[in-house]
Design a protein. Structure first.
Length: 74
């Protein structure tokens, strides 16, 4: 793995991702966040203001299929 790899935070919150979690993700230096639930508008603002991309309502199967596509390309 490259020393310059992006850090991606994967969070699964059954009741949503809120501002405090987004602030923690930013503090950790993540370049992206994937949530298995909805992300609140205030959390989205924190992420956007800090250049962190995000995806919400992601199912585990969504990640699995993308991983297989990447493996096929390599």
């Amino acid at each position: 793995m490259s020393e310059e790899s992006d850090y991606i935070e994967v969070k699964v919150h059954s009741k949503g991702m809120y501002k405090s979690t987004a602030e923690k993700i930013v503090k950790q230096g993540a370049s992206g966040a994937i949530s298995g639930s909805q992300i609140s508008p205030s959390a989205k603002k924190v992420l956007e203001d800090n250049g962190v991309w995000y995806r919400e309502n992601v199912e585990p199967s969504d990640l699995e299929s993308e991983s297989r596509e990447i493996e096929k390309e390599n």
